[in-house]
Design a protein around this ligand. Structure first.
Ligand code: FE
Length: 346
């Protein structure tokens, strides 16, 4: 699909975003790609950065075995960049890295951020990038949510399928994604539109019952029947349900890693341009950032400063949930209540 889009259209699409990232004169931009994966994006990113007056380098590491974005999402944390220490150093010296190889949750990306390099991941199909260009106050609305989450001591969410789970909060990093980045060391992903944090160690208890219609990522599967997760002290102790629950248990068992069962990040989506459709091309940011969802997740916590780097990473967006921060109702059956998180009426 990407190849049918004229390159100038991609360049102007990228320019619009990269200007928000404050790419311009005096900025040193490294455009990172692997093998032939998204080569057209890499070429367009260099052209866009140069058009904005920045110095841009096309850093393409060898990758005969480069995985596409979906395969990478099912095996995150491992990437070929670790074989090229000089390339990593080049990224650490840049003001911003445009990541077309999907470094998500890798030590290499975290090292770049620690060096003050901001990182923008861009791997989704052009039509999704165009539809979900960050705009209309998404940035401010995500930060309004962050402001509340920073102050909260407890997050609880429920749904009509039987979910009732509590996360005790405090001291953990809050990750915001609104689709561009203009601050040193800050990572973002275009497209985005949600926020997430972690509970304190072992302090998640209750049960999560995904309802029919909710989505499994990276499987990109819409559930036809509920799946129940029994959670004690931050760990999933049982996964109950029918054949779809059995398939999920098998998927997780294949990693042979008990750390796959750790409860990971929790948060909600605020991007009203996202659609609820697990069959879209790409890695599924529409489901993850969908306006008014709850994004429940299992697996790694390295992006939040933890040490669990399990390769099994499940993102599990759920609709029609109610979510409280302490005593304040934030989502009422999927409806976003606080005015500063809602898009302006047109
Ligand atoms: Fe996740």
């Amino acid at each position: 699909m990407t190849k049918s889009v004229p390159q100038p259209a991609i360049v102007s699409l990228f320019c619009e975003n990269y200007a928000r990232c404050r790419i311009g004169p005096g900025q040193h931009v490294v455009v990172l790609s692997e093998g032939e994966q998204l080569r057209d994006y890499a070429v367009a990113s260099v052209a866009a950065a140069q058009a904005l007056g920045a110095e841009a380098v096309d850093l393409n590491i060898p990758g005969d075995d480069a995985l596409d974005a979906n395969a990478r999402m099912a095996n995150i944390g491992n990437n070929n960049l670790s074989k090229y220490p000089a390339a990593i150093e080049q990224c650490k010296r840049a003001d911003i890295v445009i990541d077309h190889m999907l470094l998500l949750f890798s030590p290499e990306q975290i090292a770049m951020q620690a060096a003050g390099t901001r990182v923008l991941m861009v791997v989704e199909p052009v039509e999704i990038l165009a539809r979900l260009q960050p705009q209309d106050g998404l940035h401010q609305r995500v930060e309004a949510a962050e402001f509340r989450l920073q102050r909260a001591r407890r997050l609880r969410f429920t749904n009509d399928a039987g979910t009732d789970v509590t996360y005790e909060l405090g001291g953990k990093h809050i990750m915001t994604e609104y689709g561009f980045t203009d601050q040193p060391g800050r990572w973002d992903h275009w497209p985005g539109g949600f926020l997430a944090t972690m509970a304190r160690e072992r302090e998640v208890n209750g049960r999560v019952v995904m309802d029919r219609g909710d989505i499994l990522f990276p499987q990109k599967k819409t559930l036809r029947e509920p799946i129940e997760f029994v959670i004690e002290h931050g760990v999933v102790r049982a996964i109950l349900g029918g054949t779809e629950a059995a398939a999920l248990r098998e998927f997780m068992e294949a990693y042979c890693d008990p750390r796959a069962y750790a409860v990971s990040h929790i948060g909600w989506g605020l991007n009203e341009r996202c659609v609820w459709n697990s069959d879209l091309p790409g890695i599924g940011m529409d489901g993850r950032a969908y306006y008014g969802n709850v994004l429940f997740s299992l697996g790694p916590d390295t992006e939040f400063g933890g040490t669990n780097d399990t390769a099994c990473h499940l993102d599990l967006p759920m609709q029609n949930c109610s979510l409280w921060l302490d005593d304040e109702l934030i989502l009422a059956r999927g409806e976003v209540l606080p005015a500063d998180m809602r898009p302006h009426q047109h």
